[in-house]
Design a protein. Structure first.
Length: 695
């Protein structure tokens, strides 16, 4: 750990001397397609809105690079520097800093984020992992698998369920199908074979989407329309009464009907079948086991949902507790696995890793999961929309999943082995002759023991120091950090704590590590993510002030930010100015895969992150009044440069880059008129889009 303040940091960074190299965006785009494959250490547990590891790596290197330095020079400067991330999230910055030899410090207000960071950094003994996993297998694998079988003992990979609502006019139950085609291939033009459910006898009917306009049931002879009774927000009963679904539910959790299953036959082929009496009896058996098992023999998700942006849809459907997100068989099966994990002896990193990995199983085995179909990962998780949106047609799999399916706990050792391998010998990307190659760039091993106090960390900086709590109040001493690299939360987009409570409901009962908080929710009034820009500005400013206190003279604050609204960018820049930081540089870099759901649904998809480099305003000399046209022109030029290099960018990216660049000038003014500056940013963004579209 460097003792000299600011040791190793150049007075002007590579980013301040010129735009981010196009190769950064090429590499980022490549990584974005399979992030969990390329950076498995930070994907042991779910976290949202993760920035790319390659972007974090480039930020770290650029922060300590002068215009004429090589990558090797930058890496040498990072060795021993203290790198701090106040919004540590999944631990991406911490992992990349550790790979480059820095001493790493992370903090996050959410304990689920801290758990994720701990998995990304801690070393594991694979023999101990295997032994503990074996104990879980012996305790619960067989009883869980026996609840997902056919009468002839074939494994059932998936059961299919449809929600019911009752017509308020005639009392008839309505199956909330949008379409009665419940299983199709991801590429239906090439593979048109699909499965539909008959509305008469509920038989499973094979259909050909390339030619069939209606379904035909071979069992009962009925010809039927593929269109279901639910369209948009409304449902229509058999008698023609049209009612809003929410009104029909009237705040009650909908009943669900099991109507089909996907079976793995003895010959290895998969077959869709209708539900039979054995399936219904087997489900009843699970429900009885749940009722008869004593509470201490199962782990149950604890707590109630609180109203919020991400929870409001679930609450309107009556899902007011986390336990209601699971049917009775899921509660029993997941409860058995959870209890086996909870009861593992000791408090080791290996026990913690197994409990953390259980989150992926819970995420893919609940009533808010839906079926994607053939030719791709079969299950959409509860978070595929970044909100807790109830599914009208849900899919239920085998949570143990030894025979296939999605995210079965049986595959946990494979996932953890991949993460451990990456921690031991991490690979990175290099652009070479138009190709992106995964290479060993002499990164150091990631795995580090964890310190529990700052004093312990100072004595042994080869550890990592991660804590849970408000980043505006830390135990870090004044001038103790060389470099702050982070990824602040969105302004009014993904509400982390509202989503993290889904996992916390299980974790609080399982206690993955000593000190994991016992509280009903991970929500906190101090969290920066905020639905209102003014709230974001105030809470972010408190964190930036603390960052300024702990940052050494000559150090810098560097982060990537993703935001499409002008109000969000204004709130961010005002928070930095309020805290005494000056933004010296903004740069655009690709950060999102082009086909992500949130991007393709947007009118003007925004794929870029803006890199923001800040320095202490007290140490930054004031220059001439900023030229807003020049700032906008430079931002537009960067986006044009990305397009010229063959990367997919569009008007949304232009608006983001220009707004960020123009609003950043406000931090360089003694008393900026932010209202006027916001209008100027919008005006120049519109002009830049027009120029971009005609060139």
């Amino acid at each position: 750990m460097n003792e000299k303040p600011g040791a190793g940091l150049p007075p002007v960074s590579l980013l301040e001397a010129g735009p981010a190299p196009v190769e950064w965006s090429r590499i980022a785009e490549h990584e974005s397609w399979r992030k969990e494959v390329h950076r498995p250490a930070t994907y042991v547990h779910k976290w949202w809105a993760r920035r790319l590891g390659s972007v974090a790596r480039h930020l770290l290197l650029a922060a300590v690079s002068g215009p004429d330095d090589s990558v090797a020079d930058a890496a040498a400067r990072l060795r021993g520097l203290v790198v701090y991330d106040p919004f540590a999230g999944s631990g991406t910055t911490l992992v990349e800093a550790a790979k480059l030899g820095a001493a790493v410090v992370g903090r996050d207000i959410n304990p689920v984020a801290t758990l994720t960071q701990r998995q990304a950094l801690q070393p594991w003994d694979l023999e101990v992992l295997a032994d503990l996993f074996g104990q879980v297998v012996r305790k619960c694998a067989r009883p869980v698998q026996e609840l997902h079988r056919t009468a002839s003992n074939e494994p059932v990979l998936h059961y299919f369920w449809v929600a019911l609502a009752y017509c308020p006019e005639c009392g008839e139950d309505v199956e909330l199908f949008t379409t009665r085609v419940f299983a199709r291939h991801a590429y239906p033009r090439r593979f048109p074979r699909a499965q539909a459910v008959c509305p008469g006898c509920r038989g499973v009917c094979v259909t050909d989407l390339s030619k069939d306009e209606r379904g035909h049931c071979p069992a009962c002879g009925m010809a039927f329309s593929f269109q279901g009774a639910a369209r948009g927000r409304f449902m229509t009963c058999r008698h023609g009464h049209r009612t809003p679904v929410i009104a029909a539910l009237n705040g009650a959790v909908p009943e669900r009907r099991m109507y089909a299953k996907l079976v793995l036959r003895a010959d290895g082929q998969r077959e869709y079948r209708a539900i039979d009496d054995f399936d219904l009896c087997l489900y009843d058996k699970a429900a009885k086991s749940l009722a008869d098992t004593s509470p201490d023999e199962l782990v149950r998700p604890l707590g109630a949902l609180e109203e919020g942006v991400s929870t409001i849809q679930a609450l309107r459907w009556g899902y007011d507790s986390w336990e209601r997100f699971f049917n009775e068989r899921q509660r029993y099966s997941l409860g058995l696995i959870g209890a086996a994990l909870r009861d593992l002896p000791g408090a080791s990193a290996e026990r913690e890793a197994l409990i953390a990995s259980f989150g992926r199983t819970v995420e893919h085995h609940n009533l808010f999961c839906s079926y994607k179909g053939e030719g791709t990962g079969p299950v959409r998780s509860v978070f595929h929309n970044h909100v807790l949106r109830p599914e009208r047609c849900s899919v239920e799999g085998d949570p143990w999943g030894a025979q296939g399916g999605s995210a079965g706990f049986s595959g946990v050792l494979t996932r953890l082995h991949k993460a451990a391998q990456y921690k031991g010998t991490p690979l990175d990307f290099r652009a070479e002759a138009g190709r992106i190659l995964a290479v060993d760039q002499s990164s150091l091993p990631v795995a580090r023991p964890l310190s529990t106090t700052w004093q312990q960390f100072v004595r042994n900086p080869a550890t990592a120091y991660t804590t849970t709590g408000d980043a505006s109040q830390t135990d870090l001493p004044d001038n103790s950090v060389d470099l702050i690299v982070t990824d602040p939360p969105y302004v009014d987009n993904v509400h982390y704590s509202e989503l993290a409570d889904f996992f916390h409901a299980w974790l609080s009962a399982m206690r993955p590590y000593q000190g994991y908080p016992d509280m009903p929710s991970t929500r906190a009034v101090q969290e920066v993510q905020n639905a209102a820009p003014d709230g974001f500005q105030a809470t972010a400013a408190r964190v930036w002030r603390e960052c300024r206190r702990v940052l050494k003279p000559g150090g810098c604050l560097l982060f990537s930010f993703h935001q499409s609204q002008t109000t969000g960018w204004c709130a961010l820049m005002r928070s930095l100015s309020d805290a005494g930081f000056t933004v010296t540089t903004t740069r655009a870099v690709i950060a999102e895969v082009a086909t992500s759901l949130s991007k393709t649904a947007a009118a003007e998809p925004n794929r870029i992150d803006v890199i923001v480099l800040c320095r202490d305003a007290a140490g930054t000399s004031a220059g001439a009044a900023p030229d807003l046209d020049q700032a906008a022109a430079q931002a537009l030029s960067e986006i044009q440069g990305l397009r010229g290099a063959g990367l997919r960018v569009g008007p949304g990216d232009v608006r983001t880059a220009v707004r960020a660049a123009v609003l950043a000038t406000g931090t360089r003014q003694v008393a900026a008129d932010w209202e006027t500056l916001q209008a100027e940013a919008d005006q120049r963004a519109t002009a830049a889009v027009a120029e971009f579209s005609t060139t």
